[in-house]
Design a protein around this ligand. Sequence first.
Ligand code: NAD
Length: 418
Amino acid sequence: MTNEANPFESLQSQIDSAAVHLDVSADVLERLKRPERVLETNLTVEMDDGSIEVFEAFRSQFNGDRGPYKGGIRFHPGVTRDEVKALSGWMVYKTAVVDIPYGGGKGGVVIDPSEYSESELERVTRSFATELRPFIGVNKDIPAPDVNTGQREMNWIKDTYETLEDTTEPGVITGKAPDSGGSLGRVEATGRSTMLTAREAFDWLGRDIADATVAVQGYGNAGWIAAKLIQDLGADVVAVSDSSGAIHNPDGLDTRDVKAHKNETGGVAGYPEAAEEFGNDDLLTLDVDLLVPAALENAIDADLAVDVQADVIAEAANGPLTPGADEVLADTDTYVFPDILTNAGGVTVSYFEWVQNRQRFYWSEERVNDELEVIIVDAFEDLVAAYEDHDVETLREAAYVLAIQRVVDAFEESGTWP
Ligand code: NAD
């Protein structure tokens, strides 16, 4: 994996190239390229042995023109201020593409969670929640899980917030366990929108996804669920990877069995039914019909893109292609379905969770999946319409055109506060 691009600069260049196709003034555009505010804090946390450690943490509130800021919190040693800013910007455009009433935000703590005990992680999370408390709220900013965080951390944040505020307000955070006000279907939502996007993409191209071969990079929440649901459509998932390595079987892998192996051993490497093990770059350049990058950003740079052979890329991860890779692939027959549509299932079911929390009325999983399908299929149709109606080179540009127009409309309809 290469990390050539600053993700915040990637975001800004994506906005610039889409804005060329829109009637938006330079000053409004400048506003859309910067976060409204960024909280930078240092969490002072007691370790199990009584020592004190300090963790850098960030929350970026990028744009709230269409509703409260919305976006995950990641725990990763590579978190930077610019990464958090970029991810919060992508959330603005993601919520706009699927047309749910939110702006965009994102948070991160610079930590490798594998090096800490559960009680230490709980204190880190509660410390961050305490710092976040004045900034978040059911109508202000609603965090959610991201890399290395999940229901456990969301429940801790909810409990910290509710204790400090002396209230019950589960809608202050989403991605909670169902017993704590979480929505059914949330865990599978990102993989499900990836599957729906891929299914619609093959349909749009006049092909049947049941005949497709598929490679999936990253076998965490987004990647493994996408692999399973795409396999359930009849496609052959021939290669998957995670940080332990990549495995390949041209006859197809049993995605559930690979997951069971990962649960047992900690990684996909060493899966006994794999025909071969190879590197992550081999997976990304495999001759498959569909490639699903579902790990971290900048997985494919311009050099690697030259060797990409997939016909369709469905970006389950956020920002897995650098702008250089986009440029290379724009001149090929590969269709790249951008992250802000493909992985929007997570934020869409977060939205359903927030709606259910506010209504104090909970939906069946079937209803959640049905409502998600409607939103993703509608957004897919809006996206390909934007692609066909504007003189854009890529589906990503089309997604930004669609999203930026929606944010600009909301901003301009509100007028300007002095
Ligand atoms: P996760 O932590 O559950 O999984 C990440 C996976 O990537 C793990 O299997 C890990 O081993 C693998 N990985 C890490 N480095 C790798 C490498 N160099 N090569 C191959 N695999 C590698 O995280 P997740 O929730 O699945 O998120 C993955 C991506 O999807 C992120 O970009 C995240 O922002 C995005 N995303 C997730 C959600 C969600 O709801 N989970 C929503 C929207 C976007």
